[in-house]
Design a protein around this ligand. Structure first.
Ligand SMILES: C[S@@+](CC[C@H](N)C(=O)[O-])C[C@H]1O[C@@H](n2cnc3c(N)ncnc32)[C@H](O)[C@@H]1O
Length: 241
């Protein structure tokens, strides 16, 4: 099993990141949808939706939303939010989405860069392109590799509920690798996260090869312009030609 199939599906992943900022996520979505001038009749896929924080809010704003994620636990959790215009399904982003073309696909909060093989990376862009209408938007909200290299802190302890997570980070072969050790429910666990340090150029290449043009890069969730050295995020806006 790959690390991203097991770790994201455990309750401990959700405990470690339980301080996720919903207000920031909602403000980001509000700004993003108004920037894209997406009419309320639009249909949006939240690709790698996790526990649905963006999907649920997009639906509250009036959009029709399909949230997709590989984690069965997360999709199971999200089923309680479903309505006529909000559906969730287990789906691997490397596979073609069995759905009529939509107006936008969002991949948010570094939900890319997990695969060892470049072919798998390419498959993500292919499947997004396949499920978008011509002129449709693809928002890929990714880390800024330069910024990650600059601010990396090697060791940290994080206390959440009763669990102390011991986290060490390093950069290895163009990846940021986070090693996560903790004891919970009477057992010792050791998981890791490994995300490829794609550059804005390598991302653009995948996009162009799959019929997209990049029309904007923002550098943070307030949608300030991207600065290679200082921006915490690399939020790519692509349009399918
Ligand atoms: C960093 S989390 C972000 C979740 C969500 N977008 C958010 O902002 O809360 C990454 C998500 O990607 C999902 N994921 C990992 N590999 C995947 C794959 N191959 N296909 C679909 N989803 C995947 C994980 O299960 C996890 O929910």
């Amino acid at each position: 099993m790959e690390w991203f199939e097991s770790w994201f599906d455990t309750p401990y992943y959700h405990i470690l990141y339980s301080n996720r900022d919903y207000t920031e996520a909602e403000n980001f979505i509000t700004q993003l949808t108004s920037e894209l001038k997406l009419p309320k009749s639009s249909e949006i896929i939240d690709l790698a939706c996790g526990k649905g924080r963006h999907s649920v809010f997009l639906n509250k704003l009036g959009y029709k939303v399909l949230g997709l994620d590989l984690s069965r636990q997360s999709i199971e959790h999200n089923k309680k939010f479903e309505n006529e215009n909000l559906q969730f399904k287990v789906h691997d982003m490397r596979d073609i989405v069995d759905h009529e073309p939509v107006d936008a696909v969002f991949n948010l909060f570094t939900s890319f860069g997990y695969f060892d093989s470049e072919d798998d990376d390419r498959r993500v862009f292919e499947s997004v392109s396949d499920v978008l209408k011509p002129g449709g938007f693809f928002v890929l909200d990714y880390l800024n590799e330069n910024f990650v290299r600059k601010i990396i802190v090697s060791d940290a302890k994080v206390q959440r509920d009763e669990i102390e997570f011991n986290i060490s980070k390093k950069i290895e072969n163009q990846h940021i690798v986070k090693d996560i050790k903790f004891t919970a429910d009477g057992r010792d666990f050791n998981f890791f996260e490994k995300v490829k340090l794609h550059t804005p150029e390598s991302i653009q290449k995948y996009a162009e090869d799959n019929g997209f043009e990049r029309i904007k890069i923002w550098g943070d969730y307030q949608l300030n312009d991207f600065e290679r050295e200082n921006s915490p995020r690399c939020i790519n806006l692509f349009r399918k030609k």
